[in-house]
Design a protein around this ligand. Structure first.
Ligand code: CP
Length: 293
């Protein structure tokens, strides 16, 4: 694997190999990379989990992370993303982790000679989030084939929904969406369902964050109406199968996508997803920068 830009870059075998290595790493079976490597984490949009877990993953593998603060960089003087990335390559970085608000920003990076790991592009893709989600599902169920997965919420603005739908369909899961009409995406061929109709049958209910920062005035939004229509309420929780799980990429809007009392309920794996994110990002870094373990 050279760069990781979207889940379309990965075959079924690639996904399973990355998951198995991440689970091995979670069990403590890893060593620092044999050669010294340098990575710059370029975050042009806010992040807590993705940025911090890449930094943690880099520390575990003995990779030196270069600090980069957009607001105190020459981006404020108008330097382009491409020139910023070429600069990082010129000073000796071996790979870049990039989050940027422009969908498919990486299309402008053809002259770059080092790998990019996409930490999220606009409403496009978030491949390492998808991989950590898949790792969490695989760790619970040991398979993808035949699993009933419902992805609920702000589908049209969500890079997580797009990445997970691509990957889960490839892996044989039965994926459904549930969303208000204004946030449906007709370019993705997935059936839309009512959460109440599928809650008893679903193995995985994946809730998406309402992305207020990407909205115009496309729909009248009230927290209560959204929660009652598309959120994980206490009533819906009580109707779930005993071994079903609730996922959310976080950050969570408490009492909107999920009742705040359920975030750490037994069927919620939200913090497990975050923990798995460190090991999945180690697995990706190992694949791109390391020799086989
Ligand atoms: N899930 C996720 O990408 O979180 P951050 O925006 O905090 O990185």
């Amino acid at each position: 694997m050279n760069s990781l830009l979207s889940m379309n870059d990965l075959s079924k075998d690639d996904i399973i190999r990355l998951i198995r290595r991440a689970l091995e790493m979670k069990a403590g079976n890893y060593r620092p990379l044999a050669e010294r490597k340098y990575v710059a984490n370029l975050f042009f949009e806010p992040s807590t989990r993705t940025k911090a877990s890449f930094e943690m993953a880099e520390k575990h593998l003995g990779i030196t992370s270069l600090p980069f603060d957009v607001d105190h960089s020459s981006v404020t003087k108008g330097e382009s993303l491409y020139d910023t990335c070429r600069t990082m390559e010129a000073i000796g970085c071996d790979a870049l982790v990039i989050r940027h608000g422009v969908t498919a920003y990486y299309d402008e990076m053809e002259g770059l000679g080092i790998p990019i790991i996409n930490g999220g592009d606009g409403s496009g893709s978030h491949p390492t989030q998808s991989l950590l989600d898949l790792m969490t599902i695989y760790d619970r169920f040991g398979r993808f084939e035949g699993l009933k997965v419902v992805i609920a919420g702000d589908i049209s603005h969500s890079r997580v929904a797009r990445s997970n739908q691509q990957a889960l369909a490839k892996l044989g899961a039965d994926v459904r969406f549930s969303a208000p009409e204004a946030w449906q995406d007709e370019s993705i061929e997935v059936p839309y369902v009512s959460l109440d109709d599928v809650v008893e049958d679903a193995d995985v209910i994946m809730l998406l964050r309402v992305q207020h920062e990407r909205h115009g005035n496309e729909m009248d939004f009230t927290k209560t109406a959204y929660h009652n229509g598309y959120g994980m309420t206490l009533k819906r929780y009580q109707r779930m199968k005993a071994d079903a799980i609730i996922m959310h990429p976080a950050p969570v809007n408490r009492d909107v996508e999920i009742d705040g009392r359920l975030i750490e309920a037994p069927r919620s794996v939200i913090f497990e997803q975050m923990n798995n994110g460190v090991f999945m990002r180690m697995s990706v870094l190992q694949e791109i920068l390391g020799s086989e373990q």
